[in-house]
Write a protein that binds this ligand. Structure first.
Ligand SMILES: Nc1nc2c(ncn2[C@@H]2O[C@H](COP(=O)(O)OP(=O)(O)O)[C@@H](O)[C@H]2O)c(=O)[nH]1
Ligand SMILES: [Mg+2]
Length: 393
């Protein structure tokens, strides 16, 4: 600690001097009256002498100022922190709002759900679509119903698998077998296929077609296909046994296309199905089996049929009676789930007009309530034939 002594005429002068010389930290310790000036004791004046010291508060103050700075900095940091916290909070609210907009109650999502339900898509299929909407679309997208529809249509389209239709190749013969439950339209479809490929059209030059039926258990069934055969002038053979079929196939070895119509038994009649499988086994891998299913079938029944006919190792589905229902969501849901492709669709009783190659676009058009941008769909799923290029229309 530094001490000092100062003299002045008055105490206040002394204090002023002290402050001036030693600064704000100079502290007064003592003061006393003294004589100042004069010569040999004469002419001396009354004055004051003070003693004092310089308080080391300076260093303390320096420290405290340093601390103050730190505190200030910390406070600032805290402010930044609270700013960040505030921003996080805002972000959280935004995310929550966004989640809320994506929640079940969102009107766009609800509308899509209603449309899909109306079209009989299965709950599982709808759930997946809604899940994708929530995951892949933004809030802005959700406010744009045209865009949502377009996206949903695209997703549905992407899940429709198409099996290529018949093409006349050098490898002869191609054997098409149609299996399926009673009354779905197997025989009618065989007749339609025989006509379009046998008689030919603009798109396909006529080729050598024969029909074989093993559905000769009912007189009416036999009569039905024979009538078509007569009208179209395309021969039909009835085969009751494995050997019958073997002979018929040998006879038709040079044909381009052999269409085999099968027994329209109930799929739960396993004995008949087993027998039919035995007969058909002669076709070996030269054949391609198609399962005919009516578009009017309930989703749970479609599931059962897909399973029950599995032993026939069918390669595609022929979707019949599309004209009898406006709602094909159940069929599209189940087929998508099981990865089964569609080859042909039929939409009426008239032979041969009411059949066409399955097209994604055509199936999407059946979905009611969803606005379908044809151009957009075409750019995604490739060029779609115009409906008028349908074989006979
Ligand atoms: N509305 C409609 N009826 C069809 C269609 N295909 C077949 N049918 C009718 O369904 C009934 C059963 O057809 P059929 O070919 O005998 O069925 P199968 O037992 O599977 O051979 C007949 O009355 C057909 O005219 C179709 O695409 N639409
Ligand atoms: Mg039949």
């Amino acid at each position: 600690m530094q001490y000092f002594t100062l003299q002045a005429y008055t105490l206040s002068d002394a204090l002023m001097k002290m402050k001036k010389q030693y600064g704000e930290n100079a502290r007064l310790l003592t003061h006393r009256g003294i004589k100042i000036g004069g010569v040999l004791g004469f002419f001396a004046r009354q004055g004051t002498e003070i003693t004092g010291y310089i308080s080391d508060n300076t260093s303390k103050q320096l420290v405290s100022q340093d601390e103050k700075r730190k505190i200030l900095e910390a406070a600032q940091k805290e402010q930044t922190l609270s700013k960040i916290l505030k921003e996080i909070q805002t972000l959280k609210t935004t995310v929550q709002t966004r989640e809320k907009t994506h929640e079940e109650g969102n009107p766009s999502i609800e509308r899509i759900r209603e449309i899909l339900e109306f079209n009989d898509f299965t709950p599982k299929y709808i759930k997946n679509i809604i899940h994708r909407i929530k995951k892949e679309l933004t809030i802005d997208d959700l406010n744009d119903f045209v865009k949502i529809q377009q996206t949903v249509v695209r997703w549905i389209g992407e899940q429709i698998l198409i099996h290529p239709p018949y093409h006349n190749t050098n490898k002869k013969p191609t054997i098409f077998i149609i299996v399926g439950p009673t009354g779905v339209g197997k025989t009618t479809t065989i007749a339609k296929l025989a006509a379009i490929y046998g008689l030919g059209n603009k798109k396909n030059p006529s080729c050598q077609v024969r029909m074989i039926t093993i559905d000769n258990y009912r007189i009416a069934a036999k009569k039905q296909i024979e009538t078509y055969a007569d009208i179209m002038q395309i021969p039909v053979t009835c085969a009751e046994t494995y050997n019958d079929l073997k002979k018929a196939l040998a006879l038709y070895a040079d044909m381009d296309l052999i269409l085999i119509d099968t027994i329209g038994k109930s799929p739960s009649d396993f004995e008949k199905l087993g027998e039919m499988r035995r007969i058909l086994s002669i076709c070996g891998n030269m054949s391609e089996t198609h399962l005919a299913l009516s578009a009017t079938t309930k989703a749970s029944d479609v599931e059962n049929l897909l399973r029950q006919f599995e032993p026939f190792n069918y390669k595609s589905i022929i979707l019949t009676k599309l004209d009898e229902t406006g709602r094909i969501g159940n069929m599209l849901s189940v087929l998508a789930e099981h990865g089964k492709p569609i080859s042909y669709i039929t939409d009426g009783q008239v032979v041969p007009q009411d059949i066409e190659e399955a097209k994604i676009f055509r199936l999407l058009m059946k979905i009611e309530g969803l606005k379908i941008d044809r151009e957009y769909i075409e750019t995604i799923f490739g060029e779609q034939d115009d409906l008028s290029t349908n074989y006979w229309r």
